[in-house]
Ligand binder design. Sequence first.
Ligand code: IPE
Ligand code: IPE
Ligand code: MG
Length: 251
Amino acid sequence: MTPAPDKDANGASSLGAAPVPTHVAVIMDGNGRWANGRGLSRSDGHRAGTENIRRIIRAFAQHGVKHLTLYAFSTENWERPTEEVGALMELLGEAVRNETELLHKEGVRIRHLGRFDRLSPRLQRAIQKSVELTKRNTHINLNVAFDYGGREEILQAVRAMLSDGVRPDEVNEGLLEGHLYTAGLPDPDLIIRTAGEMRISNFLLWQAAYAEYYTTPTLWPDFGEGEVELALTAYAQRQRRFGRVAPAEVR
Ligand code: IPE
Ligand code: IPE
Ligand code: MG
């Protein structure tokens, strides 16, 4: 299931003929620190972070990225203060209700990755509506990881296989992948984390096996088009080997 090394070289953008990642995943971190630095509440930080999303989708789409996955709420984020969790739920609902129409016009296909059952019925309905409305769009695929955890994702896949009566010898990478929330999506080529932390925080544990990592100290609400370009430029300079030896190194 490992992609061929040249699979990501899917065309040009303003970066010239540099290879563009097919799938970019972003750990949008630093909303709290952004707010703190301004004497605002953490919820104000999340609002600014949510407002940043629109321009980032556009920027990646313009560069030819076909799949963009945004980590918006982890299975561990439920442990935050009730007020903050409430604000994050409210913001997602608002974003889905207010932005879907425009994203649809721009050809964005929206998908949700993660647990659905712990979201409020109202939020579930809003997400379902926007997934349904945009399902035939092809400009860019936007996957919103909300109540998402990599370990939880693998566990629910194992449970689903067991309850389907899958035999041990039938279990392989393809079958497992077909039961993940990301079924049908290519693995991420590039994972970006804002706000400087150097950890994965339970994001795409299975899918990230050969992803390139990029971190920046910039806090998520400040991560703009220029930063998108910097991340893609850094990616274009990486040499991906997938465990093999690069042709030029064979002697
Ligand atoms: C990221 O910003 C958003 C979520 C995790 C929901 P944080 O809220 O984690 O911001 P910091 O890390 O406290 O600055
Ligand atoms: C990761 O950020 C989760 C999201 C961005 C949604 P966190 O702020 O929750 O991660 P940790 O706690 O610093 O590892
Ligand atoms: Mg954080």
